[in-house]
Design a protein around this ligand. Structure first.
Ligand code: SIN
Length: 527
């Protein structure tokens, strides 16, 4: 199959890119489950933007840079922040109905940790769902967009791996697996965009949907792209703690509206860790909770918003309220049990201001990319914004540079593989990996824990690669192979950073180095 543009992933980065192309540009969207399953769809908080009269771009930039702990790229921060109003307006133009101030026409702006004032446009507490449902409907109506649901990208096709010396090094498309039949086919594309989201499924506890397996980063790595800052995994401080529910986020906007973290005896503790107390940046809040839990041997702490008016809580947080109530927790009159959980990958495939990776023809947008916006720690609600800004940048650059002709691509070779005999291996490795990543590569790290994790990853990688080489592949196997790859990249990057900065905290190097330097790795340049 041939398309002008292949987009892998259908969260906000993928969908908004697809919709921004002119109708004469053919676009394929490949999504490994349904269109509605993405981190963007699960996003509760909102879209940050300096649109209030008291606010300005400089303040938003300062907050972003201060959260990023010295590693934000100023040009990128400026590019994103200064386009925030346009992006929010684009969503409004698509029909997204943001929450308004009661009785007025202006947007209700809320607050999250690290922001110096209220600047988050939201749709109650289901902003991502409201945006995605709208864009999905639009994408399904566009004649130039073909959607392949339940299809998994196996690997990118890179010219240097073909026997054609005349082709310069570039990405030519991808091998795609139809999940149901197990058949693999090629999509040839003049340009390919990776928009596969993050890699938080590498951890036992995460706020992410099951699709966050780092596919884009793993594929880009194997294709030889530069990968940056993978050690910076953001742990969200408040994931619901309940035996029946492992991945439900309690939005930071709950603290933004006045919610307070408490120990089981009702004591507050955040004031001991930061002057902004419960509204300190996320890395500080997550580490504080981790430290209190370890000190007192707790399984969780509590988040209390019950001091607010009941009717207001129900109106402001309808999804969180009803979700908790189904589990017999009434947040209008009792605190919610919460724990930190892996939430966001700040690092990823290195990209420039056009969203271009270091491989010609390949772009990365959203959580898959490392644009330089987040540095060592992402400011809350900057991620949906980043998707919107960089989808525009990618679309603009691609549209101006589509003059490449399709090349014949080799078929997927299955001549030497047989049917799998031990599919249980996939579940076993998956569980093992996520558990030791949580224990050894979590909120607080040491050299010894990281080395232990590295050794185990190498063993599991060999096992899975053997399976991949010898048996027919499946969607589960592709995810596991990618998850192992990104876990290795997280650990390698963490071992390279000999300091504590932002989201990376090492007991062996508790201090921040004087100079802030990105961790940059590339295949064959691995140290
Ligand atoms: C939240 O609602 O707490 C998540 C927002 C974000 O991660 O940016």
């Amino acid at each position: 199959m041939q398309f002008d543009v292949l987009i892998i992933g259908a969260g906000l980065a993928g969908l908004s890119s697809a919709l921004k192309f002119a109708p004469n540009i053919t676009v394929a969207i490949v999504v490994k489950r349904q269109l509605s399953l993405s981190s963007s769809h699960w996003a509760q908080g909102g879209v940050a933007g300096a649109i209030n009269n008291d606010d300005n771009f400089d303040l938003h930039e300062q907050d972003t840079i201060s959260a990023g702990a010295g590693l934000c790229q100023l040009e990128t921060v400026r590019h994103v922040v200064r386009n925030s109003d346009l992006c929010i307006q684009w969503l409004i133009d698509q029909g997204v109905e943001f929450t308004k101030i009661d009785g007025k026409n202006s947007l209700h702006l809320t607050r999250e940790g690290g922001h110096s004032l209220n600047r988050i446009a939201h749709v109650a507490d289901f902003t991502g769902k409201a945006i995605q449902d709208n864009l999905i409907q639009k994408a399904l109506q566009q004649k130039n967009i073909t959607v392949f649901e339940e299809h998994s990208a196996v690997d990118l096709i890179v010219s240097t791996k073909l026997n054609n010396k005349d082709l310069p090094e570039r990405c030519l498309g991808a091998y795609i697996l139809e999940n149901r039949t197990g058949k693999v086919f090629t999509i040839s594309a003049k340009k390919t965009i990776l928009a596969t989201g993050g890699a938080s499924k590498a951890y036992l506890y995460t706020t992410n949907p099951p699709v966050s397996t780092g596919d884009g980063v793993a594929m880009a790595w194997r294709a030889g792209c530069e990968i940056r800052n993978m050690e910076f995994i953001q742990f969200h401080p408040t994931c619901l703690y309940h035996p029946m529910e492992r991945s439900f986020l309690i939005s930071e906007t709950v603290r933004g509206e006045g919610g307070i973290l408490l120990l089981p005896n009702g004591e507050k503790f955040m004031h001991k860790y930061h002057e902004l107390a419960d509204l300190a940046p996320r890395d500080i809040v997550a580490r504080a909770i981790d430290s209190e839990m370890k000190q007192y041997g707790l399984e969780h702490v509590y988040l209390d918003i019950s001091m607010l008016d009941k009717a207001y809580i129900k109106k402001r947080f309808p999804s969180i309220y009803s979700h908790c109530l189904k589990l017999d927790i009434d947040m209008t009159c009792e605190p919610i049990p919460v724990v930190p959980a892996a939430h966001y990958s700040c690092g990823g495939v290195a990209t420039d201001l056009n969203a271009m990776t270091t491989l010609e023809g390949l772009y990365a947008v959203g959580e898959t990319a490392c644009t330089g916006l987040h540095g060592a720690n992402r400011l809350a609600s900057n991620s949906l914004l980043e998707c919107l800004v960089f989808s525009s940048s990618a679309v603009k650059h691609i549209s101006e540079n589509l003059n490449f002709k399709h090349t014949p691509l080799p078929e997927w070779d299955e001549s030497r593989v047989s049917n799998p005999d031990e599919a249980v291996m996939i579940l076993q490795v998956w569980n093992e990996l996520r558990r030791f990543m949580w224990n050894y590569v979590g909120i607080v790290r040491t050299n010894q824990r990281l080395k232990r994790a590295y050794d185990r990853i190498e063993l599991l990688k060999d096992e899975v690669q053997h399976y991949y080489n010898n048996f027919h592949i499946s969607a589960d196997l592709i995810e596991l192979r990618n998850l192992l790859q990104v876990s290795e990249l997280i650990v390698i990057s963490a071992l390279q950073r000999k300091e504590s900065r932002g989201l990376h905290f090492s007991k062996d190097y508790p201090l921040k180095a004087e100079k802030a330097v990105d961790t940059v790795i590339q295949l064959n340049k691995k140290s």
